[in-house]
Design a protein. Structure first.
Length: 95
């Protein structure tokens, strides 16, 4: 596998895992969540939610770049490890 492929897949992995962490952190600050304009406005201005959104955008770009370089079966395998990374980070950070 080429260095660019590893770099893009690693970027996708790390950004996706940490985006989930920041969204959870932001959601905890909004608890209890209610479907209202005020909650939406608050969510969109909460720093962890903004950081999570930025990380998801970076992850999406890295994912598209990865798909242009590696076979789908390899990219999806890395994507499956995202779930493991999220579980481990959540266990470390929230318990």
């Amino acid at each position: 596998m080429m260095i660019k492929s590893v770099l893009f897949l690693s970027t996708f992995f790390v950004c996706t895992v940490f985006a989930n962490f920041f969204f959870k952190h932001g959601a905890m600050a909004l608890a209890p969540f209610s479907f209202s304009w005020h909650t939406l406005r608050t969510a969109l201005t909460t720093p962890p939610v903004l950081i999570g959104t930025a990380l998801y955008v970076i992850a999406a770009v890295a994912w598209i770049a990865s798909l242009s370089l590696v076979p789908l079966n390899i990219a999806i395998s890395v994507s499956a490890f995202v779930y493991v990374g999220v579980v481990l980070l959540a266990w470390l950070a929230f318990h």
